[in-house]
Write a new protein. Structure first.
Length: 201
């Protein structure tokens, strides 16, 4: 019986749908161009954040309508690792010049306070999440830890969790906080730069 009588015939899963990937990147770049100005502060997803959002939408569409966008698992891992590295590089290159300029004008004490503030901002929410998730909401410890690593956008943390637990189930608790954390990180970047500029002036 021909396959078309039963439904859609899946294409070769060993091949990457480059048209799907290229269209996603193009849509992400176009979406990243859009900005809103609130009190003079430009807010937008940026190229990296916009591509992330388009990727989430495309992944959702693929899961519901698996007739396009075939990407082998090995290629997905390469794209994920490379995309994370490029994302971090873009954020660093964007914020780096402003950080150097602020350091030269404000001195090392200013950066020491930022460093200590960064430690507090990074550690306190994670600790509160662990306490609330484990002892108040009685969630599975693996899911709580995966959610914390996702909120911190820490892929090495997820890999360490996988190795320690011997299971990939933690990825279920990682994905949504990771996506939200990346989007908020991208949007808040210009806000932080504007605050530092106002403190400098």
């Amino acid at each position: 019986m021909p396959g078309k009588w039963l439904g859609y015939v899946e294409a070769d899963l060993a091949k990457t749908d480059l048209t799907f990937v290229a269209a996603g990147i193009a849509c992400g770049i176009l979406l990243g161009i859009l900005h809103l100005k609130i009190h003079g502060v430009p807010l937008g997803l940026g190229t990296a954040g916009a591509i992330l959002v388009v990727g989430l939408v495309a992944g959702w569409a693929r899961s519901h309508y698996p007739v396009f966008g075939s990407i082998p698992e090995a290629a997905q891992r390469v794209l994920a690792d490379l995309g994370l590295t490029v994302f971090i590089a873009i954020v660093g290159l964007t914020a780096g010049p402003h950080a150097v300029e602020a350091y030269l004008q404000r001195g090392g004490g200013f950066f020491a306070s930022i460093f200590l503030g960064g430690m507090v901002v990074s550690m306190v929410p994670s600790l509160l999440t662990l306490v609330m998730g484990r002892w108040i909401f009685r969630m599975n410890p693996l899911m709580v830890l995966a959610g914390v690593t996702g909120a911190q956008t820490c892929m090495p943390g997820l890999n360490a969790l996988r190795e320690a637990s011997g299971s990939n189930i933690g990825a279920l608790g990682y994905t949504v906080p990771y996506a939200i954390g990346n989007i908020l990180l991208t949007i808040s970047g210009p806000v932080v730069v504007a605050i530092m500029h106002s403190l400098r002036t």
